[in-house]
Ligand binder design. Structure first.
Ligand code: PLP
Length: 412
């Protein structure tokens, strides 16, 4: 059974029967990836316009990242943090120097990194800011997405993320995104230890806040002795056309949270970065993870980040992002089906002119898949378009042609 080639129908039936029904995938069964392309079990080739939710910025199965993985896997994969290993410190130095922080804490999933950030912010609040015990408040924003753990969803405003999963963790206040007035009020409360924010809300549908919002938010945090805790799990590692989306406004978060493309999609690696005065509030035995900081992750992460730099992926995403949005904006003028085009770099979305329940965006994605491009709706009527950052200008144009054809020939 293991390794046997199965048909699409068999693969889907197996997942349906034996897998939990916690996702609703498009009916495409993928078996191979390389660069910007994916292939299904029948050998049909697709452009990947989801990039595993921006985990595969470096392209599928990048040879340098795979080589680093294989080489290290033959030597040592996991020791736990009960002992030192010869790769973790090297990787910690690498990421600290790259992102300009004093300390790094490796975890695995994005949600775990966010949980780590919550603990850091709270402990900092009690031990440094002098917030009374158990009174710390983290200000989060509406429509955030930081993962699926019970702690993280306690700060969610989405009923699909929360319903049936309570009781929730106390200590969060939710305010409107992209509104500096509410931040002025909320962050002034003396029990607030952190503002927790995405520079662009990816899962919510690629919401880009007004220019200057992040800068103002950082200033209000500083004024109130509140930590700025930025989740760049989806926007980071060159996705939006800069190394970090925060770079657009010269903002340096007090706590930076990274994940996804840290491994180029090879396996889960996440990371929290902060300076000593924040990171060292956590003492031995107070936080950790068996797999966090394993030598395989350390080596893969360094190689994945080196690829981003060597292949100038931020520059490519920046340049091609304009071409892509220009083409989509032109298309919007020719159809009533698109009401908005938005994004930065190669994290973009089009908003479909129909209700989230209508199925129109889903059907457009099915039509796109038929013509060899994979994308998925978010929130019903928004289609996120985020290819691997190794995509070329010619390929971007070819993909815009596919999208244009599907939208213009779409009928219910
Ligand atoms: N934070 C952001 C901004 C994300 O986009 C995601 C995943 O989409 C997460 C956190 C959660 O990451 P993970 O699925 O690795 O737990």
């Amino acid at each position: 059974m293991l390794g046997t080639i199965i048909s699409s129908q068999e693969a889907i039936a197996l997942e349906e029967k034996f897998g939990a029904h916690n996702y609703h995938p498009l009916p495409v069964v993928l078996s191979k990836g390389e660069g910007v392309f994916l292939w299904d079990v029948d050998g049909k080739r697709y452009y990947d316009f989801l990039s595993a939710y921006s985990a595969v910025n470096q392209g599928h199965c990048h040879p340098r990242i795979l080589q680093a993985l294989f080489d290290q896997a033959k030597e040592l994969t996991l020791t736990s943090r009960a002992f030192y290993n010869d790769k973790l410190g090297v990787a910690e130095k690498y990421v600290c120097e790259l992102f300009c922080y004093e300390k790094a804490l490796f975890m695995n999933s994005g949600a775990e990194a966010n949980e780590t950030a919550i603990k850091l912010a709270r402990k900092w609040g009690y031990t440094r800011k002098g917030i009374p015990d158990n009174k710390a408040i983290i200000v989060a924003v509406r429509q955030n997405f930081h993962g699926r753990t019970t702690g993280v969803i306690s700060a969610s405003s989405e009923s699909s993320a929360r319903e049936g999963f309570g009781p929730f963790l106390p200590g969060f206040e939710i305010v409107d995104y992209d509104d500096v007035q509410v931040l002025e009020r909320a962050l002034a409360h003396p029990h607030v230890c952190a503002l927790w924010i995405e520079p662009i809300q990816g899962e919510a549908g690629v919401y880009v806040p007004a220019e200057g919002y992040l800068r103002r938010a950082a200033d209000i945090c500083r004024k109130n002795n509140v930590l700025l805790m930025v989740d760049e799990i989806q926007t980071g590692i060159a996705r939006t056309g800069k190394n970090l989306a925060c770079d657009y406004e010269n903002v340096r978060p007090d706590i930076l949270i990274l994940g996804k493309a840290l491994s180029g999609g090879v396996f889960p690696i996440s990371l929290v970065l902060a300076n000593d005065d924040i990171m060292l509030v956590i003492k031995p035995g107070e936080h950790g993870s068996t797999f966090g900081g394993n030598p395989l992750a350390a080596v893969v992460c360094m190689e994945a980040l080196a690829v981003v730099k060597d292949e100038k992926l931020a520059e490519n995403a920046y340049r091609l992002g304009f071409i892509f949005r220009d083409r989509m904006t032109e298309l919007m003028k020719r159809t009533h089906l698109i009401t908005k085009v938005r994004g930065k770099g190669l994290l973009n979305a089009i908003v479909i002119n129909d209700s989230p329940e209508s199925g129109t965006a889903w059907n457009i994605c099915l039509a796109l898949a038929k013509r060899g491009l994979l994308a998925k709706p978010t929130h019903g009527n928004i289609i996120r378009l985020a290819p691997p950052l190794v995509i070329t200008e010619d390929q971007i144009h070819e993909c815009c042609d596919i999208i244009e054809h599907c939208i213009l020939s779409y009928s219910k």
